[in-house]
Ligand binder design. Structure first.
Ligand SMILES: Nc1ncnc2c1ncn2[C@@H]1O[C@H](COP(=O)(O)OP(=O)(O)OP(=O)(O)O)[C@@H](O)[C@H]1O
Ligand SMILES: O=P(O)(O)OC[C@H]1O[C@](O)(CO)[C@@H](O)[C@@H]1O
Ligand SMILES: [Mg+2]
Length: 454
């Protein structure tokens, strides 16, 4: 995937004519290992060979606009009305982001009107646009201690022009969309509809997803909290499997198309013998298949612990990929049940009748409050989002990229999916930790498309 400077350029609503209330704080700021000055840029790539591969002078290699406060801003804070919504699946930290946005807007920029739209994009329909939550610093003071979102969320598409009509009707100048890949796509279409109508409304995305499947962000907020919670279930199943004859522990974790939760939780628990993720297909039967490996493991160690991403092995299920939810996301078949049944049948046939311990924590990993790391991360993303919006950036998301906060054009945010790279160092760590074979079944020619950014 080749990115050109124009792919990385963030759209600006217009000239920044107002002094920022934060200007005093910025007077001595310059780029350092701990700060990226206004106007400086953050490199897309971070190895010598990748940079050299461009054959370009260093100021022309692909780079992101740095996030952060600007000395001059586009919006007059006294006249700004901001809107906030959360959409898609729940994710630890949604309330932290809402709180951070409101505090930064109100306390530092003096924005008086902040409107929370209820239940995701549904809140922007003509029917629901007046049923909003007034967001004040007092109203959000304690919300970050709870999981979920005080605004509610939803799946399902809405008409972009109807949503723009709602923004106009409510006098919204800035809309913050806190969402996953679908939410970022919706924000992209909303931004385009606003542009077509010549309106000066900033749309800023704050990318969230426990699946960590969004590109151009080191990790999405909530992911760390979710995989930390998932770790507990792996540890539990490992204890159970170890205490039972031919113990087989299986944990099925969320991860529709990306196996980050399964991989990180398995590394954190350091108790898994096999990790199965959507990115790496596997076969059940045959000498190199999963079942034969499970049997060998149980014979040698007396037990086996398997961590499974819900999207793994979908090709092994009948009718896979046929149904979708209201947002168009694939409804997954239950690979956990298939594995449980196949392993039971195989081990029983091999004279190793197993004790199966199967846990599907499902929503339990994402409905929790953010942990300390995610809480900090959410707050800082919220600050970056407010600075971007007040400066007049639009059709952009804020993200942390190679430890720096940056602006990513929304179109780029939805251009690909972040997945575990089978040739990357994360998966290598999983293989080193589990000692499982690189693949179950005949070696395949893997698509190289996954190797790239992220
Ligand atoms: N291509 C699209 N165009 C317009 N709206 C979209 C598009 N894709 C998704 N949306 C809308 O964005 C909202 C959120 O999408 P979705 O339900 O897929 O969750 P998400 O934001 O991807 O979060 P997560 O992946 O964490 O569950 C939904 O209301 C959905 O209808
Ligand atoms: O909230 P729903 O519609 O049950 O969807 C669950 C999906 O949402 C996610 O939590 C986030 O995309 C996935 O991991 C999971 O497959
Ligand atoms: Mg999604």
């Amino acid at each position: 995937m080749t990115l050109h400077p124009e792919d990385l350029r963030v759209r600006q609503l217009g000239e920044r004519r107002y002094d920022s209330p934060l200007a005093d704080l910025l007077s001595t700021k310059q780029t350092s290992p701990h700060y990226v000055a206004e106007g400086d840029r953050v490199l897309l790539e971070d190895t010598v060979s990748m940079l050299a591969g461009h054959g370009l002078p260093s100021d022309q290699v692909p780079s992101f606009e740095a996030a952060g406060p600007r000395r001059k801003i586009y919006f007059d804070p006294a006249n700004v009305t901001a809107g906030v919504l959360t959409c898609g699946g729940l994710c630890p930290g949604l309330n932290n982001v809402i709180r951070g946005l409101v505090q930064e807007l109100a306390v530092h920029y003096g924005v008086k009107r902040i409107v929370g739209f209820r239940n995701g994009l549904q809140g922007l329909t003509a029917q629901h646009r007046d049923d909003t939550v007034e967001l004040t610093p007092d109203a959000v003071r304690d919300i970050h201690t709870a999981g979920g979102t005080i605004l509610g969320s939803s799946r399902g598409g809405q008409d972009a022009d109807e949503m723009v009509d709602s923004l106009v009707a409510r006098g919204i100048d800035i809309l913050f969309v806190i969402g996953g890949d679908g939410g970022m796509r919706a924000a992209t279409f909303l931004g385009a509809a606003i542009r077509r109508r010549g309106l000066e409304i900033s749309v800023i995305g704050v990318p969230k997803t426990i699946d960590n499947d969004l590109p151009f962000t080191d990790q999405s907020f909530g992911f760390q909290s979710a995989f930390a919670r998932a770790t507990d279930f792996i540890s539990a199943v490992a204890v159970e499997a170890a205490a039972s004859p031919n113990g087989v522990g299986i944990v099925k974790l969320m991860g529709r198309h990306s196996g980050f939760i399964a991989s990180y939780a398995a590394l954190a628990a350091n108790a898994a013998d096999i990790v199965l993720i959507p990115e790496i297909p596997f076969v059940l039967g045959g000498a190199e298949g999963l079942l034969a490996h499970v049997e060998r493991h149980v014979r040698a160690k007396g037990r086996v612990v398997i961590v499974l991403a819900e999207g793994a092995g979908q090709d092994l299920l009948e009718d896979h990929g046929l149904a979708t939810d209201a947002s168009g996301n694939l409804k997954l078949g239950n690979i956990g049940e298939l594995l449980k049944d196949s392993i039971t049948a195989h081990l029983t046939g091999a004279g190793l009748a197993p004790t199966i311990r199967y846990i599907d924590p499902s929503y339990a990993v994402r409905s929790i409050a953010a942990n300390a790391y995610d809480s900090v991360y959410c707050l800082r993303l919220a600050h970056a989002a407010v600075h971007a919006a007040m400066a007049g950036c639009t059709e952009a998301a804020v993200a942390r990229w190679r430890r720096r906060f940056v602006h990513v054009p929304l179109s780029l945010m939805t251009s690909r999916r972040n997945q575990v790279d089978p040739d990357g160092d994360l998966w290598l760590s999983v293989l080193e930790t589990t000692c499982q074979p690189a693949e179950f079944g005949p070696a395949r020619q893997r698509e190289r498309v996954r190797a790239g950014f992220c």
